[in-house]
Design a protein around this ligand. Structure first.
Ligand code: COA
Length: 357
């Protein structure tokens, strides 16, 4: 039977490392514009303890989101071995478009996918290029969407990229700015013959909660000097996001497994959006609790948050690529392993994909 199979992966991890100590000169403020009373070193130490983040990556000044998207996409194309001119679609998941250094303006025309198509020199007009904006779950959404295009018989080969340069939209007077980083990850997804127990997407789940939750992650004035600023930055009601994620992500993952007809005992890895180490551990342990299992298996959840922070849409494809390429030696995929991708973010959106490697 035909299945949606990942046949190549790539990632662009910017070389510039920002360690937590690089924030020591910052002065942080609360949402009402009052300076925080704790000294910055203490805030940073508390931050590391709550989130597990020690460092993150930022792009250099002359590089934009579409550049790192193209780099990751090109790697995925090379690793898949396909002729780029046979692609039916290029899809870029992001949230802010290209934001050039020193400006706060999102540039979304033309789409990042069109920019990537241009950079990669792909000519065929039938290869359509478009973006998806679904918050941090955008890349997983692009998998789900492509799976549906495939099943409708409207595409067979797509390049799916998640890319973001959050460093361009952060308010550095807000301590939550330390959470985020830049990056891009990509895969080639093909609809191809695969044996009954062969690789491919087995099930999916997607949800949007936009009642009370819609503004848990949104745009807002900077904490310092809001009155004199007409600029908007990414803002997060962190505690609310945390509680929301614990409440809804485990059941969404279970719905995905139910749809796939896969028992939790057959899952080898869970590649979850890297937003907060403790939060992710709790989500996974609540997923197992839904099956009456007290403890999640050790090593089930590979983490990159310690050194990459939260790179939004780039996180999951980058994690998958790193494991596949043996760059996270304590984690590996064996043939026929069944894994889960799961993500949560602005919208609020949640999604999951069950995939056999
Ligand atoms: C933002 C976040 C790190 C805050 O952690 P938290 O434990 O919820 O924080 P709380 O507001 O309950 O405050 C707990 C303590 O941490 C401190 N704190 C909160 N945010 C902090 C930050 N960014 N840096 C340092 N300290 C922080 C508070 O001052 C408080 O300190 P106290 O105990 O001395 O009073 C956490 O809520 C989080 O990671 N949320 C989810 C983020 C997420 O999933 N984002 C998805 C985006 S796609």
């Amino acid at each position: 039977m035909s299945r949606s199979v990942i046949t190549g992966t790539g990632a662009c991890i910017p070389e510039r490392i920002l360690e937590n100590k690089d924030f020591e000169q910052n002065r942080f403020y609360d949402e009402k514009g009052r300076p925080l009373t704790d000294n910055t070193e203490l805030i940073i130490e508390k931050f590391r303890k709550i989130t597990g983040i020690s460092e993150r990556r930022y792009v250099p000044e002359g590089i934009n989101t579409s550049d790192i998207a193209a780099e990751a996409g090109n790697q995925a194309l090379i690793n898949s071995g396909i002729d780029p001119e046979t692609l039916d679609q290029i899809v870029v998941a992001h949230n802010f478009g290209d934001v050039t250094h020193g400006s706060l303006q999102s540039q979304n025309v033309p789409t990042l996918a069109s920019r990537v198509k241009h950079i990669l020199g792909i000519a065929r007009p039938e290869c359509i290029a478009y973006d998806v904006l679904v918050g941090c779950p955008g890349w997983v959404h692009s998998l789900i969407q492509s799976h549906a295009w495939f099943k409708a018989g409207m595409a067979k080969k797509v390049l799916l990229i998640g890319a973001e340069t959050l460093s361009r939209v952060l308010d550095f007077s807000d301590r939550d700015s330390m959470i985020f980083g830049d990056g891009a990850g990509a895969c080639v997804l093909e609809y191809k013959d695969s044996p009954d127990d062969g690789p491919g997407i087995l099930g999916t789940c997607a949800q949007t909660h936009s009642q009370n939750e819609f503004d848990f992650i949104d745009m807002g004035r900077p904490y310092k000097g809001a009155d004199n600023s007409s600029s908007y930055f990414m803002k997060m009601k962190g505690r609310k996001v945390y509680e929301y994620a614990l409440k809804h992500v485990p059941s969404a993952m279970k719905l995905c497994l139910d749809q796939a007809g896969v028992d939790i005992g057959n899952i080898s890895k869970i590649l979850i959006h890297q937003a907060n180490e403790k939060m992710d551990e709790e989500i996974v342990s609540r997923l197992y609790a839904l099956y009456g299992i007290e403890q999640s298996p050790p090593g089930i959840m590979p983490m990159s948050i310690q050194w990459l922070g939260n790179s939004s849409v780039a996180t999951i494809p980058t994690l998958y690529h790193l494991i596949l390429k043996g760059q996270m030696p304590e984690h590996a995929f064996r043939p026929n392993d069944i894994i889960v991708f799961a993500s949560v973010g602005a919208g609020m959106n949640i999604n999951a994909v069950c995939y056999r490697v």
